[in-house]
Design a binder for this molecule. Structure first.
Ligand code: FAD
Length: 385
């Protein structure tokens, strides 16, 4: 079946895709296994990504960035990382670019931009976003990490968990309750910096998939954070989080389609070559039907996601549209990788086959960035009275 031609990317985008993919193939893919075993990517690869312009494509040139405020570039990076099967190694960079940096670009004052953006573009300062706590994830309003004003600083106490780039990060955007009586209006965002007294890293968590991604616990004991490290206005943290979630969720859908597409590609290759009962596995009616269903659904997902990317680039993608994209596509991704693994038989369960890793890496997609259930709540709320 022919694929629909994709029309959302121009020649500049495609040139960027080629150079980013070549870098992934040469510098990341060959080390992926080693980093997966180590449970972390080395900081050197961040520095190299920075040098080549893969970090901060949207950061203004005066701070050393690419100066191109165009999410197409972020989407391309997400697509290539997903297609190359190296999500564990490169997920931290797409998070740094498209989840963390938008907070700085939208909220940081001039001093903060000068202080942090050049290092973030060079890969010298690695970013993270810490919302989730041991006792609260979906229910963001349940955040307990507290900030109490003391002179010109805030004293922060609490803990976070499941934080992507948790070990490597130098700058952590941290959600803090600064007014216990103000409900949703009682949150503020602070930048916690590596080395601040009382800011400790906990375990690098042992996950089902994405092993090269450091996902860690963080703890804060009487950390004195100067007022200059508050991002945006006091009490506006919740609003800022909600504003940035649309792009975060779209990115997961963008990657989800590409993982599904790659899984289908590997499976077609495998089932066309593997023989049973005197014929290729792909020739059984069940295989053909399963492959046909997957190819069709992936195509439908791609068209929807492309439209979402276009709308997002025009500043028109709604929270509900991105939530719908996130839950539908990531659920599809999980269905596809599971069916593809089944079509590989026992080899699909072997780590040396990319489908095994894709299956493990994909499982988180319907959970982080807001679970499928929370996404359906968001969409459902907009439909009902
Ligand atoms: C690998 C990984 C990386 C992550 N990276 C980050 C990060 O960088 N920064 C960060 O802040 N967080 C991060 N997270 C945390 C992630 O966003 C949360 O795990 C997620 O939001 C779910 O929260 P929870 O784990 O507390 O689950 P819970 O909220 O406890 O949910 C448990 C179950 O209950 C369901 N549920 C909850 N509320 C409702 C409801 N109202 N209606 C119906 N069902 C409901 C959920 O859908 C889920 O099925 C990461 C998690 C992982 C595993």
């Amino acid at each position: 079946m022919e694929k629909f031609e994709r029309t959302i990317y121009n020649a500049d985008h495609e040139a960027f895709r080629s150079s980013f993919r070549a870098w992934l193939d040469n510098k990341v893919v060959p080390h992926h296994e080693e980093w997966e075993t180590a449970g972390i990517t080395p900081r050197e690869i961040w520095l190299e990504a920075g040098k080549l312009g893969f970090l901060g494509y949207h950061v203004p040139e005066e701070y050393g960035g690419g100066g191109v405020d165009d999410y197409h570039f972020g989407a391309i990076m997400q697509e290539e990382v997903s297609d190359a099967g190296v999500i564990g190694s490169a997920n931290g960079m797409t998070l740094h670019n498209d989840i963390v940096l938008p907070y700085y670009l939208g909220l940081a004052n001039e001093d903060q931009k000068k202080r942090w953006l050049p290092g973030m573009v060079k890969g010298e300062l690695i970013g993270a976003l810490a919302i989730t706590e041991p006792n609260t994830g979906s229910d963001v309003a349940g955040v307990k990490t507290s900030g109490v004003k003391k002179g010109g600083a805030w004293v922060i106490n609490g803990s976070k968990t499941f934080i992507t780039n948790g070990i490597n990060s130098d700058l952590v955007i941290t959600t803090v309750r600064t007014d216990p009586d103000a409900g949703h209006k009682g949150f503020s965002l602070f930048i916690l910096e590596r080395g601040m007294k009382g800011f400790e890293r906990g375990r690098n968590l042992n996950k089902l998939g994405m092993h090269a991604q450091d996902t860690a616990e963080l703890s804060f004991t009487d950390v004195e954070v100067p007022q200059e490290n508050m991002l945006g206005e006091e009490g506006m943290g919740f609003v800022y989080l909600m504003r940035n979630l649309a792009q975060e969720r779209l990115g997961m859908a963008v990657g989800g389609v590409k993982v599904a597409e790659a899984a289908l590609r590997w499976t077609l290759e495998y089932t066309n070559n593997r023989k049973a009962f005197g014929q290729s596995i792909s020739q059984f009616q069940n295989s053909k039907f399963t492959l046909a269903e997957m190819a069709t659904e992936i195509q439908i997902a791609q068209v929807y996601v492309d439209r979402c990317i276009e709308l997002h680039c025009e500043g028109k993608l709604s929270a509900e549209q991105s939530a719908a994209a996130k839950f539908w596509v990531t659920e599809l991704q999980n269905r596809v990788v599971d069916k593809c693994l089944q079509l590989h038989g026992g080899y699909g369960y072997m780590w040396e086959y990319p489908i095994a890793r894709a299956w493990a890496d994909s499982r988180i997609q319907t959970i982080y960035g807001g679970t499928t259930e929370i996404m359906k709540e968001i969409v459902g709320r907009s439909l009902t009275k």
